[in-house]
Design a protein around this ligand. Sequence first.
Ligand code: AMP
Length: 212
Amino acid sequence: MIVVLLGPPGAGKGTQGERIAATLRVPKLATGDVLRAAVREGTPLGLEAKAAMDRGDLVPDAVILGIIQDTLGQPAYAAGAILDGVVRTVAQAEGLGTATAALGKRVDVVLVFDIADEVLVARLSGRTSCDKTNKPFTGQAPGAPCPDGCGGTLIRRPDDEPDAIRNRLRVYQAQTAPVLDWYVAQGANVRRIDAVGDFDAVTVRALAAVRA
Ligand code: AMP
């Protein structure tokens, strides 16, 4: 099963995506995680992506399509994927369609996270994440040890600084919101959920929507 999680930064796609992936036993692919790992490792991909990421801009479609093509064909993804942060432009949605068709698959569900901008800004500016696992936390100061005891340290992502947050929301409206219209026009199986509220309640809504 291939599920595209669509929603602005901070909507909970990462956390809910992990839960959906674990429940459906399908791996999650988050391009943001792939890119952050590349930045940490200083690979050519990371060097190309870092400046755009720090500003909250999108990295080029060709980079993302390369990641999609390299990943979805792997045996680990034979059962499909929960796509978190992929796709963010209409060109990526078209490219994903081509890549899945080449594998004899298709996007089964587009799950849209509905949430207001004020909630997003509050969430993102209070967010830190583990430098080892990328797991996000709220209400924990940067520099503190990871509460999971994995040995990692909590950091504030450069793109969770206020200017970058505002830019990411602008970029979402300009470049990613049209992806939803594109999927609707394609007749895709689009399902919307209220992404505000208790994490467990959102998970229940998300799973019900994916399975409906
Ligand atoms: P995320 O963790 O999904 O918020 O992604 C962090 C950053 O990685 C984004 O702000 C972009 O700079 C970059 N990124 C991740 N996924 C994509 C994508 N599908 N298209 C373009 N840029 C992306």
